[in-house]
Design a protein around this ligand. Structure first.
Ligand code: HEM
Length: 494
């Protein structure tokens, strides 16, 4: 009897929440496959490989059914958008990130990715100049020396058959971002050790596991879980590194101010991101220590896993398409001849085909395949109206496969980027760096560093791989589970 009463109460609550949720007459249609009570929550169950399969399936459903859909996670209604124009309307009108981003606040605090809107507005304005072309040009020396380091590290894999190049691209990108954001390198073993490297990877798994176990979404329940204990120990390692470096650089900076010496004790020739923040903090009182640390942690996360993943996917795609690889090498020959010299600003602007390859790689494998915004008002799209208070997920994977990309949209074809006539008219059909006012602040940094890296690596090595063997998973970002190994052979430069 008690059981029947309980079932009746649950059904009544469900019916009531559905009634409350369907207040808007012009709602988008529901995703097929919803179940009683749980709605589409079953799509979230499973490991990160299965979660990725759900994202792909939902992307194609959404494209087939007009580009905007509703889904139900228990009593909660969410939206999925794959229409590029509607996605821009959402991105520009609703700047607040979804509550899921709160999971990462314990690490990144009020940094740009996870910060409250009121703080984000002011801090984004203050931080934009730190990514100006003049500042980025100052990093080119680091990008070149780091690329040479990668070429050197890869030497031991020459002729040895397939190996996991992710290990190399990730380690190298982490060093690069630490150099440019913090002004330190891996020779400072006490702060940048293998423990830190591992922790930056493991913390993402913790966030995804929490997302999938919806009973852990509640902070109180989560505080008693084993996962929370694991999170705390990882955070200790991560925060300890940025705190230690902040204290050291702050002491150096204040010492330079006091003594009137302009030269950095560490001999750094460019201005690391942390020094720009210290300047803003000391001269304008713009940030306190905690905020500086949160911004630096955010740049490290935003700046290394992303570029490293794109490089990893790109090398695999290049290795699977010999004709693309030959065109890259031909372009490199035209720009550098047989010379192994450093890449200059002028070279970067001439590497048009290489940039097309990177863009096409990010279109096929968008490493941030889903982003989410909270709707702080009812929002009218081209056909439907979305209701205030709900979350809208922009499925970048689906946006990149919209029919406006043409009948060859599933193919890897860098040439499409060389002729505007073969590209969609809507600029937000390419959303690898997000879109609108919260577009990635590091976009130009990423292109500069990735083009520099590839132009060194591709001058030295010939790559082979097979991207069709890839098994993908979602670990906040898109990652390969297996099948991402490549082989390299030495190129003859002369
Ligand atoms: C190929 C490399 C990169 C890709 C594909 C990428 C992609 C993205 C995407 C999709 C977002 C939006 C995230 C969201 O709304 O959930 C974003 C935001 C951001 N990215 Fe990147 N990113 C890259 C490189 C970088 C680099 C190198 C940096 C810093 C050095 C960086 C720093 C940031 C920051 C701080 C934000 C938050 C911006 C804001 O909300 O104002 N990213 N990025």
């Amino acid at each position: 009897m008690v059981f029947i009463v309980l079932i009746a109460i649950v059904c009544a609550l469900w019916a009531w929440s559905r009634y409350k949720n369907s207040r808007n007459k012009n709602e988008p249609p529901a995703i097929p496959g919803g179940l009683p009570l749980i709605g589409h929550a079953h799509l979230l169950i499973g490991n990160s490989v299965e979660l990725w399969k759900s994202v792909v399936e939902l992307s194609y459903d959404c494209l087939r059914l007009g580009g905007v859909l509703s889904a139900y996670i228990g009593p909660r209604t969410i939206y999925v958008v794959t229409d590029p124009e509607d996605a821009l309307t959402v991105a520009n009108n609703c700047l607040q990130k979804d509550a899921f981003y709160e999971f990462a606040k314990c690490w990144l605090g009020e940094g740009l990715v996870t910060g409250k809107l009121s703080i984000w507005r002011n801090h984004r304005r203050l931080l934009n100049p730190a990514f100006s072309q003049v500042v980025l040009d100052g990093f080119l020396g680091v990008f070149n020396s780091q690329s040479r380091r990668l070429v050197q590290d890869l030497k031991k894999e020459v002729g040895k058959g397939p190996f996991d190049h992710w290990v190399y691209t990730r380690h190298n990108a982490l060093e690069t971002i630490c150099l440019t954001a913090l002004g330190i390198d891996f020779t400072e073993k006490n702060v940048l050790n293998s423990q830190y490297v591992k922790a930056t990877e493991q913390i993402f798994n913790v966030f995804v596991e929490r997302f999938q176990k919806f009973w852990l979404h509640n902070d109180y329940v989560y505080s008693w879980s084993q996962l929370r204990k694991k999170q705390d120990s990882l955070l200790e390692i991560l925060h300890n590194m940025s705190y230690t470096v902040l204290q050291k650089r702050k002491a150096d900076y204040l010492n330079r101010l006091e003594t009137g010496k302009t030269e950095d004790k560490t001999g750094t020739k460019f201005k690391p991101f942390m020094d720009l923040l210290l300047e803003l903090a000391v001269e304008k009182g713009a940030f306190n220590d905690r905020e500086i640390q949160e911004h630096v942690d955010t740049m490290i996360v935003g700046g290394h896993d992303t570029s490293a993943s794109v490089l990893m996917f790109t090398l695999l795609l290049i290795g699977s398409h010999p004709e693309v690889q030959e065109k890259i090498f031909e372009e490199l020959r035209q720009v550098f001849g047989n010379d192994d010299r450093d890449v200059t600003k002028q070279d970067l602007s001439q590497l048009v085909y290489l940039e097309a390859v990177l863009k096409e790689s990010m279109r096929i494998f968008p490493i941030v395949p889903v982003t989410a915004r909270v709707l702080d008002k009812d929002l009218k799209l081209k056909t439907y109206t979305l209701s205030k208070g709900r979350t809208c997920f922009m499925f970048v994977y689906g946006i990149h496969r919209h029919p406006m990309w043409g009948p060859d949209r599933e193919e890897f074809k860098p040439e499409r980027w060389l002729d505007p006539a073969t590209l969609p008219e809507c600029p937000t059909a390419f959303a690898a760096f997000n879109m609108g006012r919260r577009i990635c602040i590091g976009k130009s940094y990423a292109y500069m560093s990735m083009k520099t890296t590839l132009s060194h690596v591709m001058r030295h090595y010939k790559v082979t791989g097979d991207y069709t063997k890839l098994v993908l998973k979602i670990d906040v970002m898109l990652k390969p589970e297996t099948g991402h190994h490549i082989s390299i052979e030495k190129r003859n430069l002369s």
